[in-house]
Design a protein around this ligand. Structure first.
Ligand code: KIV
Ligand code: ZN
Length: 515
């Protein structure tokens, strides 16, 4: 079986999803989980984009021991130098250089002739080679680049010292036949191609990212780039879990495998969804809530007789376990700790106490506390942000013929109590206006989404918000059996993160354009 290397770009291309803005701790948390998942390479960010990105890549480089850490860079010396700085401390650093090669990009974006593209890329690779053993070169928009020119670019990249040449279908334009043919052509025509690895990088604009990645494998690609849950620019990138499960399930056909620990997929997917705020659609392949649900009577009957009638992948393969122990209000600390360990969390005493208190509170409101409820509770505060403001109480008055009014009580870090009230267009609007008054923060609500954690009237509601203030953009999360309380918690969480971000010299990357 041929080994296919997995290059995860959740923290770079994935973070380019609209509304996603991970802080440094969140990036490290995701990177450590990717390490557990067994990805070979982690693209941790684009260091030249901002000090925040540089700090994020640097933190990941220092935290991860068992994967190569990669920094993205335009074909410019300043970018390469920023990546060098960010990757100090990485066990196995790699630079990812890119320059667009397609006629559209050459003419309209770069305003360069073919020879200038070749010269610029070559100079960048040669400069980078002084500092990096491992260099990946990406001819951006390779999918729409003339094949003969792409061969020329690839040959130049190999000569200049690239160790991986990546073929990005930047705009998700390719069909599997065409994309596979690029790999076949490069393999057959480029001198020295046997000395480097070829990589596939697909976008999902036409819903073909996974199919294109698999076509690349069939035609000789050594590496697949993608993200967890397929998040990324526009319609997203290849979903790595889909590629991994396709190779696992159809081993005989592909004759290729990855080194991923498949049983870590569900956990990684959930973590990425939580920290990015990008909800996984129920029907998403492999990791959607309905991916293993059988609704129709005929299917259920088949499943009861023999699972393989309708199940090609078992939920256990990706780490989904059937919950045997449902907790309730009589469950004690011991059972709670056991449950957390079973779910993969080994909390310290302080964190356990706080999680147990939240669990008891929830068990008073909800008869059966499920695994999803417990995960939602502990993952709400997975990343500790200093609580400059803490929500104490909220009170809302709503009637469909009256103006919604909300009052909030907020405690500050130094013990002060802030009471404020406001009216709004709706209950959430009134709450947010009251919080604005109490915290005296002038913010703009850029995104708001709400999701129920489990089914049923007493389900936990999980709210995700994105707030903007000038150049800063932050996310916040809140969980409660009451959606108004969850909304208030998410908003206060985001304000706390905003304050933290303003204090930090390494600002987060907001509004950066790649050219
Ligand atoms: O899609 C793309 O072209 C990219 C490059 C930077 C590799 O993400
Ligand atoms: Zn991309």
């Amino acid at each position: 079986m041929r080994k296919i290397y997995i290059f995860d770009t959740t923290l770079r291309d994935g973070e380019q999803s609209p509304g996603v803005n991970l802080n440094m701790q969140e990036k490290v948390e995701i990177a450590l989980q990717l390490e557990k998942l067994g990805v070979d390479r982690i693209e941790a960010g684009f260091p030249a984009a901002s000090p925040g990105d540089l700090a994020g890549v640097s933190a990941v480089a220092r935290a991860v021991k068992n994967a190569s850490i990669i920094g993205l860079s335009r074909s410019r010396t300043q970018d390469i130098d920023a990546a060098r700085e960010a990757l100090i401390g990485a066990q196995d650093p790699c630079l990812h250089l890119f320059l667009a090669t397609s006629p559209i990009h050459r003419k309209h974006k770069l305003r360069m002739e073919k020879h200038q593209v070749l010269e610029t890329a070559e100079a960048a690779i040669r400069y980078a080679k002084k500092y990096f053993d491992k260099i990946e070169f990406s001819p951006e928009d390779a999918g729409r680049t003339e094949l003969d020119f792409l061969c020329e670019v690839t040959e130049m990249a190999i000569r200049a010292g690239a160790t991986v040449v990546n073929i990005p279908d930047t705009v998700g334009y390719m069909t599997p036949y065409e994309y596979g043919n690029i790999f076949k052509t490069l393999k057959e025509n480029v001198p020295g191609i046997e000395n480097i690895q070829l990589s596939a990088h697909c976008h999902d604009d036409l819903g073909m990212a996974t199919a294109n990645a698999l076509a690349a494998i069939l035609n000789g690609a050594d590496q697949i780039e993608g993200t967890i849950n397929g998040i990324g620019e526009r319609a997203g990138n290849t979903a790595l879990e889909e590629v991994a499960l396709a190779l696992e399930t159809r081993q005989q056909f592909f004759q290729a495998k990855t080194s991923l620990v498949l049983s870590e997929i569900a956990r990684t997917s959930r973590l990425v969804s939580k920290l990015t705020g990008m909800v996984i659609p129920g029907n998403k392949a492999i990791v959607g809530a309905n991916a293993f649900a059988h609704e129709s009577g005929i299917h259920q009957d088949g499943m009861l007789k023999e699972k393989t009638t309708y199940e090609i992948i078992s939920p256990e393969t990706i780490g989904l376990k059937e919950s045997k122990l449902v907790l309730g209000k009589h469950s004690g600390r011991h059972a709670f700790r056991e449950k957390l360990v079973d779910l993969g969390y080994d909390l310290g005493d302080e964190q356990l106490n706080s999680a147990f208190a939240k669990f008891k509170d929830l068990a008073d409101k909800k008869k059966n506390v499920t695994d999803e409820d417990i995960l939602a509770l502990i993952e709400e505060k997975l990343i500790e942000t200093p609580e400059v403001f803490a929500l104490e109480t909220i009170q809302v008055s709503y009637g469909n013929q009256s103006t919604p009014t909300a009052s909030v009580r907020i405690k500050t870090l130094d013990g002060a109590t802030l009471d404020e009230a406001a009216v709004g267009n709706g209950s959430v609007d009134a709450i947010y206006k009251a919080i604005d008054k109490a915290t005296q923060e002038d913010v703009e609500l850029d995104d708001y989404s709400i999701q129920s954690v489990t089914q049923g009237k007493d389900a936990l509601g999980e709210v995700h918000v994105v707030l903007k203030q000038g150049d800063y953009s932050v996310q916040g999360r809140g969980v409660s059996t009451d959606i108004l309380e969850a909304s208030a918690r998410a908003y206060v969480d985001a304000i706390n993160r905003l304050i933290e971000k303003r204090k930090s010299p390494a600002r987060g990357r907001d509004n950066v354009t790649l050219i």
